[in-house]
Design a protein around this ligand. Structure first.
Ligand code: ZN
Ligand code: ZN
Length: 171
């Protein structure tokens, strides 16, 4: 988002302090990448940017919460985000595959603040989302949420590979 491109030259020597509560920073990439995330509690970030030459140091906090479907039962699970971070960004050297949040535009260097804040959010989302540690998940046979209902599938449970064999009648 161009609005959050900060020209390195414009950052005063004592640094630039910002309080960010504009949810579009996070909502836009959620939409763009079609992620099943919903913001539950507004995400807020307080940061300080310091620049020395072409190197940028960004220190701050990010807080808020998201609703994300549980990996087992697909019901919403709440993921709390609360982090203090410090990142150092510098322009990319040529021929590297690294990603930098310092971008060049019209011969000037800018810090992509929205990119940094999106990355902080993503890095704080666990790879496994569970509504609770002991979530029982969905029944693989009838699809019932086993946290809420107790279906009878277990009693009749047959390995689907054996089910094929069972159907073969020997005459
Ligand atoms: Zn669950
Ligand atoms: Zn079932």
């Amino acid at each position: 988002m161009d609005k959050y491109l900060i020209k390195l030259k414009d950052v005063p020597p004592q640094g630039l302090a910002l309080e960010i509560s504009d949810q579009t920073i996070w909502i836009e990439p959620i939409k763009e990448f079609k992620l099943p995330y919903k913001i539950r509690q507004d995400i807020k970030s307080i940061i300080k940017i310091q620049v020395q030459g072409n190197v940028c140091m960004i220190k701050g906090t990010i807080e808020g919460s998201l609703n994300i479907p549980c990996d087992r039962c697909l019901e919403d699970a709440t993921v709390c985000i609360s982090e203090t971070f410090k990142v150092i960004e510098q322009p990319l050297k040529k021929d590297t595959l690294d990603i930098s949040f310092i971008v060049e535009k019209d011969g000037e260097l800018f810090l992509d603040l929205a990119g940094i804040l999106w990355e902080r959010l993503v890095l704080n989302i666990p790879s496994k989302i569970l509504c609770s540690e002991d979530c029982k998940g969905l029944c693989p046979y009838c699809g019932a949420n086993k946290n809420i209902v107790q279906c009878n599938c277990k009693k009749e449970m047959v390995d689907p590979r054996l089910e094929v064999l069972r159907k073969i009648k020997i005459s």
